[in-house]
Design a protein around this ligand. Structure first.
Ligand code: CA
Length: 267
């Protein structure tokens, strides 16, 4: 297996490349799961890599944005941990570019910053984020949680159809009147959860627990995902007919709009 060419000629970058080939998982379960860790601060990168290896993952590493894209294309990781602040191409731009070619789940790592920073990551398609300083153990739990949801279940739930949307958990595909839609992992999970429980109202707290598996968390994560989902499934995202806001309470999926909905533009 050839080492992944990682740009940057410094010695520590060599170490990154070596770690790609020499460190493989020993324990059974996540052993064939490959994580791409994009982090330019080597002390952090080393610590996180060790935790991931201990948890049984295979780990590829990149120290800047451009090599992250190269390694992702070469290694087809199952998940990307992406630092927000990177030399060259920052994490937001890397995520945006990854999204153009892959549906790989992304966990964005942001500096302890403003809410806008975190939301920007979600807007460009990150599935989750953690805030620095973070506990590596928590990050590994997040990785497992995102992967659990992105990997096909052994006994997948049956497909569900409502209001012109067809969602199939087995293949993790969604279509609208036959036109395939491209959803991120969490968008898919959120839509699946709500479609299975039509016309029930869920608060953002409910959704963050049920869909993200977090006991607590930034509720704007839900808001951002709902907005992105609406852009993909609604004929007019500013006047949603499917994913409705119930003011002061939360959201519900309305399956009564079948037939009266205008044809979707097909995005
Ligand atoms: Ca950084």
């Amino acid at each position: 297996m050839p080492g992944v060419p990682v740009s940057g000629a410094e010695d520590h970058q060599q170490t990154y490349a070596e770690s790609v080939t020499t460190h493989t998982a020993s324990s059974a379960e996540p052993g064939n799961r490959r994580i791409l860790l994009v982090e330019d601060e080597q002390t952090i990168a080393d610590v996180v890599r060790d935790y991931l290896l201990k948890a049984g993952f295979q780990v590829d590493m990149a120290g800047d944005g451009f090599s992250a894209l190269k390694v992702a294309a070469a290694r087809r990781p199952d998940l990307v941990i992406l630092d927000r602040m990177l030399p060259g191409l920052d994490g937001v731009e890397v995520c945006r570019r990854l999204r153009q070619t892959m549906s790989v789940p992304v966990i964005m790592v942001t500096a302890l910053g403003t809410e806008d920073d975190r939301i920007l990551g979600l807007e460009v398609g990150a599935d989750d984020y953690v805030t620095k300083p973070f506990s590596p153990r928590e990050l590994v739990l997040r990785v497992k949680s995102v992967l659990r949801r992105s990997i096909k279940e052994f006994t997948p739930e049956p497909p569900v159809e409502a209001a012109g949307l067809e969602l199939d958990p087995a293949s993790r595909t969604v279509g609208h009147r036959g036109v395939p839609l491209s959803l991120t992992v969490r968008e898919f999970d959120l839509l699946a959860f709500l479609m299975r429980r039509p016309n029930q109202v869920f608060s953002r707290e409910d959704l963050i627990k049920a869909v993200w598996g977090w006991d607590f968390g930034d509720l704007s994560t839900v808001t951002v995902h709902v907005r992105r989902l609406r852009e993909k499934i609604e004929a007019n995202p500013t006047k949603p007919e499917l994913l409705k806001t119930v003011w002061g309470v939360g959201y519900r999926f309305d399956d009564s709009s079948e037939g009266k909905k205008a044809d979707h533009g097909g995005q």
